[in-house]
Design a binder for this molecule. Structure first.
Ligand SMILES: C[S@@+](CC[C@H](N)C(=O)[O-])C[C@H]1O[C@@H](n2cnc3c(N)ncnc32)[C@H](O)[C@@H]1O
Length: 554
């Protein structure tokens, strides 16, 4: 075993940082919970960029959840708390996954992957470059490939033939090779080994523990690691507990995952105080709301829009805990209270409806790819109405309960793919009008799509459209578009900061919209009045009660 692998194994197995000078006292220090190990905490905090003394690692406020990260100063919503560079990153691979395994630039969004602008609808993007050695990882360009090669891919490339697509397994291979080739530093791997792994609970609740052991055995063999299989197994469990998805918009499955020591210190809350944003490969942690000095920083480990019946089992399977936060309790009560009294177990019914709505979303995605084939929107809306009519355990599925808004968004995307701009807008307004968690990255992402389709409509007022009834006035759409552009820009500043790439792109588009707008300047009071009236008219047209979607322009 080389010294880096040895340091990792010693730390993982509580044998003390340096066996040669290990005393009983050292041993005790390693056995202590992470937050009681001062040297380790200060090392982890030294890996992130934050004002001196601004962060502390202490016992979490959540019962039985180990250590957590705390702020020592008041933070305003949107404020940057810390940035860091992850120890290891690993991209998703596969046909529909196009993340660059070096710079992690997003390719599947409304934003152009390379140029600082929105992508044009249907625009052909630059080709991805696949590594010809492993035929697995993809890159934006040959230069990204070269840099990835020089910084570690050369060690793993030849060992990846037939490697599985599963991200956690490839992350495991990558860390093993970085340990074997001594690319990671001894202090980094000692800290890495002390992160939570919850192996006992994983073993207890896994339906295929033998399969997990086989993954570890194969990884050791494939990567020619000198670590014991037992250590490789712990490392795999640790990856599952601590890796964060790169790109937390969640809407288009993440670009990959990252192991970052600072981010790994934060516990989960379904109503989080912070948000993790990736700026290319850099982690940026921002306040999602005002936070008081002394509060624990917590983020949501799974897509925040879904409710507890979807979120909880997924969190439990991956992180080995059952979330007991106020939101989970509220949501669970709502299901029981909202169910018809003749139904014994409402959750079974609710999960069945969820399944039907997900099947609808999949069908709509497949249909959206079959260009040229026309479909009838009213039939698809009727399908949704059938699924939801008694879908909430004998009662109507609530408009704001996911995945109904997401099913509507997928239908809107299908309308867009077929050039039906009016239905695209109407259905998107309904979906966003009933979205529940608005101060979030997934919502911000949906708002970008929404504003893009609004602009496509207001830019070409004379295009032929298919109408199914009277349409609000064109001028009202313009007020609506400018107002939402301003709201979107404010949200971008909050998540990506004034100088973030996406913020700058949206700012340029907002200025373009405002420049060609004939009306009072936003955010003056006359504009706000006009916007409010137009917003209400358009919501009414789309069948959304105005009280569900109130937009503040500031
Ligand atoms: C990324 S780590 C967070 C830091 C961890 N608490 C520690 O002491 O190293 C994730 C692990 O923390 C624990 N955890 C995080 N959020 C929790 C919560 N809301 N309730 C219970 N346990 C939680 C679980 O053991 C989970 O696998």
């Amino acid at each position: 075993m080389n010294p880096v692998e040895q340091a990792f194994s010693d730390s993982l197995n509580d044998r003390g940082p340096d066996k040669s000078i290990s005393t009983n006292k050292d041993r005790e220090s390693v056995h202590r919970p992470l937050h009681e190990d001062e040297a380790l905490c200060s090392y982890i905090l030294s890996t992130v960029k934050a004002p001196a003394g601004a962060l502390k690692i202490r016992q979490s406020t959540i019962p039985d959840s180990g250590s957590g990260l705390f702020t020592t100063r008041d933070l305003a919503a949107g404020e940057l708390i810390f940035t860091s560079v992850p120890l290891v990153l690993c991209a998703e691979v596969g046909d529909s996954k196009e993340a660059c395994d070096f710079c992690f630039q997003q390719r599947r969004r409304a934003i152009h992957p390379v140029e600082d602008r929105l992508a044009h609808p249907g625009e052909t993007l630059p080709d991805v470059y696949k590594c010809m050695g492993c035929n697995l990882y993809q890159y934006c360009s040959e230069s990204c490939w070269q840099r990835a090669w020089d910084t570690g891919h050369l060690y793993e490339c030849g060992l990846l033939a037939g490697a599985p697509y599963e991200l956690d397994i490839r992350m495991l291979y990558r860390i093993l090779i970085l340990l074997r080739k001594k690319v990671l530093l001894p202090e980094q791997v000692r800290a890495l080994a002390r992160l939570a792994h919850e192996q006992d609970k994983y073993e207890q609740f896994s339906s295929d523990w033998q399969g997990v052991k086989d993954i570890a055995a194969e990884a050791k063999q494939r990567m020619k690691s000198e670590l014991d299989v037992a250590d490789v197994l712990k490392l795999y469990c640790l990856i599952r507990c601590n890796s964060v998805p790169v790109d937390q918009t969640f809407r288009n499955s993440p670009l990959g995952s990252a192991i970052d020591l600072g981010a790994a210190m934060m516990n989960h809350n379904c109503e989080p105080s912070i948000v993790i944003v990736f700026n290319s490969t850099r982690v940026e942690v921002r306040a999602a709301r005002n936070i008081k000095a002394g509060e624990e920083l917590q983020h949501c480990y799974r897509d925040i829009a879904y409710d507890c019946t979807f979120r909880s089992p997924r969190i439990a399977a991956r992180y080995q805990f059952k979330c007991q936060c106020d939101r989970c309790i509220r949501e669970s009560n709502r299901h029981y209270e909202g169910a018809s009294p003749d139904i014994d177990d409402p959750i079974i019914h609710i999960l069945a409806t969820q399944g039907d709505l997900f099947a609808f979303i999949e069908k709509a995605k497949i249909q959206a790819l079959g260009f040229g084939k026309s479909f009838d929107v009213s039939t698809l809306l009727a399908d949704i109405a059938n699924i939801t009519e008694e879908g909430h355990a004998g009662r109507r599925w609530p408009d704001d309960l996911e995945p109904l808004p997401i099913a509507l968004k997928s239908l809107a995307a299908l309308c867009e793919a077929q050039g039906d701009i009016i239905n695209t807008l109407k259905i998107r307004v309904r979906a966003l009008g009933y979205a529940k968690y608005r101060n979030t990255l997934p919502y911000a992402e949906d708002l970008i799509d929404f504003v893009v389709s609004l602009r496509a409509f207001t830019m070409y007022p004379h295009r032929k459209v298919v109408l199914d009834g009277p349409l609000p006035k064109f001028k009202e759409f313009e007020d609506f578009c400018v107002g939402h552009m301003c709201a979107l820009y404010a949200l971008m500043v909050r998540f990506y900061g004034e100088q973030g790439r996406v913020t700058r792109i949206i700012r340029d588009v907002m200025h373009e919209e405002i420049d060609k707008y004939y009306g009072p300047r936003p955010p003056t009071r006359p504009f706000r009045r006009k916007f409010k009236a137009s917003h209400e008219t358009i919501l009414k047209w789309a069948g959304v009660d105005a009280k569900h979607w109130i937009v503040e322009i500031s």
